[in-house]
Design a protein. Structure first.
Length: 130
């Protein structure tokens, strides 16, 4: 059995299309200037529907991390480091940190986004040490 695959929606399609091209984009509100994640119908800051996806350099800092030793389902290789990454724009993303031993993933570690295909249609944003 394989790992679950995200299903892009009309709202999230620009995020997934950008990821497939190796780019990270984040919703940004034209009305109040808030950058946020995940895409929502309205800005969580001011409820405006006037927002667009803007490019992000994808750099940040590990805010919190846990090492998962028991697979949450089929298709996951353990152990893996699951982290909340505070992007430099002030947005938090939950993702895996890869490219180093799981014990090296610590709070405060600087990371950058790294895209890896999950299927022919979906590419996931992971993070690697910067």
């Amino acid at each position: 059995m394989s790992r679950p695959v995200p299903r892009p929606t009309a709202l999230s399609r620009p995020f997934w299309d950008a990821a497939a091209e190796g780019r990270l984009v984040l919703p940004h509100c034209a009305a109040c200037g808030l950058t946020f994640f995940a895409p929502e119908p309205a800005c969580p800051g001011c409820l405006s529907r006037d927002w667009v996806h803007v490019p992000s350099p994808g750099t940040g800092t590990v805010y919190s991390v846990t090492v998962v030793h028991r697979a949450p389902g089929p298709g996951f290789e353990v152990p893996f480091a699951l982290a909340v990454v505070d992007l430099d724009e002030g947005v938090a993303m939950l993702s895996h940190v890869v490219g180093c031993p799981v014990d090296d993933v610590v709070i405060g570690l600087r990371v950058r986004v790294d895209f890896r295909p999950l299927t022919g249609d979906v590419t996931l944003p992971y993070f690697v040490p910067a």
